[in-house]
Ligand binder design. Structure first.
Ligand SMILES: NC(=O)c1ccc[n+]([C@@H]2O[C@H](COP(=O)([O-])OP(=O)(O)OC[C@H]3O[C@@H](n4cnc5c(N)ncnc54)[C@H](OP(=O)(O)O)[C@@H]3O)[C@@H](O)[C@H]2O)c1
Length: 267
């Protein structure tokens, strides 16, 4: 019996395998994977020394925890043929964006324990922000086991499933907002005479360093901001320009609008 079975070895499937082995304390021999593409299975088996098969049924039969990592459009065609294999001793984990736990249970037609996980793209390098929702059939011990497992992908926040759309609007879509901010910072530097390379290096490190400072000091962001904002200095002039451009308003709107869109898509 394998501890973990992964169905779908694309970007996210591979990130999961890598994270579990390199940071999650899972032996490669405890993982079995499948993908519709046999070449992809071979590649993953060679790369990570896990067991591999083209049969999704084998993965469900032989695993305690089954992680579904196909695109949402392939959910029904992947899961429906496997439904007779699930039981209440197996845990099904879905990383599919916008797919509700109820929909998964409906497809399997059974009262099986289901967990919904929403990683973001930095999870691909172990620096993700990961939202997790458990259904009521998962006991505390299993919850801890699953949280430990996914900690290999980054920071975990456990939320009620009703807040998964907010997680999607903030940390799911968030990397795109941050990439845009970093690019804009760099372009500002270019406008003021730096090369794009110099400006991008400075912008990236400024964002990493500022985020780390919040994390390591535990200070409120506004306290840290006020510390670097001296009277009549450069920073207050820059901040005023951001306010004129409705920066905070735009960011709050971005999260709210993306959350609404996530709700629409998951209907
Ligand atoms: N990438 C992210 O950052 C991210 C973040 C949050 C959530 N997610 C979620 O993660 C899931 C996977 O995303 P991804 O980016 O890894 O997609 P992906 O690269 O397309 O990976 C999905 C893999 O599953 C395979 N597949 C399709 N149907 C299958 C079947 N019936 N049985 C076995 N394998 C099958 C696909 O093969 P083919 O390519 O041949 O179809 C592909 O190799 C999505 O639902 C997405 O919402 C991803």
């Amino acid at each position: 019996m394998f501890k973990i079975g992964i169905i779908g070895c694309g970007n996210m499937g591979e990130a999961l395998i890598k994270g579990f082995i390199e940071k999650g304390g899972i032996n490669s021999t405890d993982i079995i994977v499948s993908d519709i593409d046999s070449e992809r299975v071979k590649q993953i088996v060679n790369r990570y020394n896990v067991a591999g098969t083209e049969s999704n049924r084998k993965v469900v039969e032989l695993s305690q925890i089954i992680i579904l990592s196909v695109k949402p459009k392939d959910l029904e065609s992947t899961l429906a043929p496997l439904k007779d294999l699930f039981n209440d001793r197996k845990i099904l984990i879905s990383v599919l964006a916008g797919v509700k736990i109820d929909r998964i249970k409906m497809i399997t037609g059974k009262k099986i324990p289901v967990v919904r996980v929403m990683p973001n793209t930095p999870a691909l390098i172990g620096e993700g922000a990961v939202g997790i929702s458990f259904d009521s059939l998962i006991d505390e011990e299993k919850k801890d086991q699953i949280i430990n497992l996914f900690s290999s992908m980054g920071l975990i926040v456990v939320v009620d499933e009703s807040l998964m759309d907010a997680v999607t609007g903030l940390s799911g879509s968030g990397p795109a907002y941050v990439f845009t901010f970093i690019d804009a910072l760099a372009q500002g530097g270019v406008k003021c005479g730096l090369t794009y390379k110099e400006a991008l290096d400075l912008a990236v490190q400024t964002v990493i360093g500022s985020a780390m400072l919040i994390k390591e000091t535990g200070e409120h962001p506004s306290v840290l901001r006020d510390r670097v904002t001296s009277p009549g200095g450069t920073t207050i002039y820059g901040l005023h320009a951001l306010e004129k451009g409705s920066f905070r308003d735009s960011v709050i709107n971005a999260v709210e609008t993306a959350t609404k869109r996530s709700k629409e898509l998951s209907k």
